[in-house]
Design a binder for this molecule. Structure first.
Ligand SMILES: Nc1ncnc2c1ncn2[C@@H]1O[C@H](COP(=O)(O)OP(=O)(O)OP(=O)(O)O)[C@@H](O)[C@H]1O
Ligand SMILES: [Mg+2]
Length: 97
């Protein structure tokens, strides 16, 4: 966990699709109020990590914490279900100008 419990904490995430092991034991912190990039080659698992953080599908192992509270884990996923809910969310890139 980050020192003060703020920001986003990714703990030991693992995910596979069928026989494809996308990643294993991924741990990192994203500080609050900071633009952070997740970089890697095609197929590295960037979108999969973002989807797990946002609760679109669960991890096989590991947990996601935001502001010190757990928002997703291997056994559960939490998606904001109303406008008043808080939590990680994502938007998709668009080529429209
Ligand atoms: N729903 C799925 N079912 C099966 N395999 C998947 C699924 N989603 C992703 N994968 C596989 O998981 C691996 C990681 O894919 P992911 O899309 O997370 O990579 P990425 O880093 O976002 O790639 P890109 O840079 O091309 O966007 C790839 O081998 C991909 O084929
Ligand atoms: Mg991607």
């Amino acid at each position: 966990m980050s020192a003060d419990g703020r920001g986003l904490h990714i703990k030991q995430l693992a995910k596979h699709f069928g026989g494809v092991r996308v990643f294993d034991d991924v741990t990192f912190d994203v500080p609050p109020r900071q633009v952070t990039a997740l970089l890697g080659p095609n197929g590295a698992g960037k979108t999969t990590i973002i989807n797990i953080i946002c609760g679109i599908f669960p991890a096989d192992h590991g947990e996601v914490y935001l502001g010190g509270g757990r928002v997703s884990s291997a056994s559960s996923r939490t998606r904001p279900s109303s406008a008043g809910s808080c939590g990680p969310s994502r938007t998709c890139a668009s080529s429209r100008l």
